[in-house]
Design a binder for this molecule. Structure first.
Ligand code: GUN
Length: 298
């Protein structure tokens, strides 16, 4: 059996076009454009690449897009004052501080300084709490993107057994909450596994829907997947590529899932790249659009 490929790139393109259309309609009527800012501290190449992607997508959708590039030795005070200025900036509807931060900065202090109403990452404890309580709030972009792929692809979650590999605040934990909550894209029975779980392979084989966010190349092998399961691969791992695809950059991106083998067993699967990655950016635009609609009375 060969799995259906879930095309995150095409889905993200369609969502970005819907967002651009909404922006055009309201800005033509005289409303200011949505404002999205990104703060990046230091020169981590992967983070720089993500931030370039976010800026490009925001501009293409008609957003006002701002990037604050701060040096790696930026002081705590300077970073917090940048955040305070964004909280006060009426042209900015949402913003995020790209992670990871350099070691001398306290990630939680930074996240908690962000105005929860502009927290388009959904990382502030207020938004985490809203999600846990089933209240409206910002949903972290990657899990929201995974849910959107399931919804738009017509993959039923209600009554299904979902297994989430990974318990991070960015992906695993909010993903489990979304799958387990009431409503479309939810109502699943959810099992969360992590590095200290007992028999991961056995747990994975129970999954009708398997979401891997564990950050280890080719971790999920074909023998861990139930025939016909829907497999969502959140992993974006850089592996050395001295020759062949990616050799010009010296690396290539692979997911957590052994794609070639698992696609012979699964019913549907996301590729890497071109699966969840583009959806994360589309959901960042969607969260910012939602904030803008609220703030401008849309
Ligand atoms: N680094 C990797 N993914 C993310 C994300 O979704 N948000 C932020 N702020 N940093 C990240």
């Amino acid at each position: 059996m060969s799995a259906t490929i879930i095309d995150g790139k095409a889905t993200a393109r369609a969502i970005r076009a819907e967002i651009a259309e909404r922006v055009r309609a309201r800005t033509d009527a005289g409303v200011r454009p949505p404002g999205l800012a990104v703060v990046i501290v230091g020169e981590d190449p992967a983070s720089q690449s993500y931030v370039r992607g976010k800026r490009k997508a925001a501009t293409a959708a008609g957003f006002h897009s701002v990037v604050h590039e701060l040096p790696g030795d930026t002081s705590r005070e300077k970073l917090l004052s940048t955040i305070d200025a964004l909280n006060d900036d009426p042209a900015i509807d949402g913003y995020l501080c790209q992670l990871p931060l350099p070691d001398h900065l306290d990630k939680q202090e930074v996240i908690q300084r962000i105005d929860p109403e502009k927290d388009v990452d959904g990382f502030h404890p207020i938004n985490v709490g809203r999600l846990a309580a089933g209240l409206p709030g910002f949903i972290p972009c990657t899990p929201r993107g995974c849910r959107e792929l399931l919804l738009r692809g017509g993959f039923e979650t209600e009554g299904r057994h979902a297994v989430v590999l990974g318990r991070s605040n960015l992906v695993g934990r909010p993903m489990a909450m979304l799958l387990g909550q009431k409503g479309p894209g939810g109502n699943a029975t959810v099992e969360v596994c992590h590095s200290r779980s007992g028999d991961l392979a056995e747990a994975c084989r129970r999954a009708d829907i398997l979401i891997s966010a564990i950050g280890r190349p080719d971790f999920v092998t074909a023998d861990m997947v139930k025939p016909g399961a829907t497999v969502i691969d959140v992993g974006i791992n850089r592996v050395d590529a001295p020759q062949g695809p990616g050799s010009e950059k010296g690396y290539r991106l692979v997911g957590d899932v052994d794609f070639d083998a698992v696609s012979q067993v699964a019913g549907a699967i996301t590729p890497v790249p071109g699966g969840v990655g583009p959806m994360t950016i589309a959901m960042l635009l969607q969260n910012t659009l939602d904030a803008w609609e609220r703030r401008t009375g849309g």
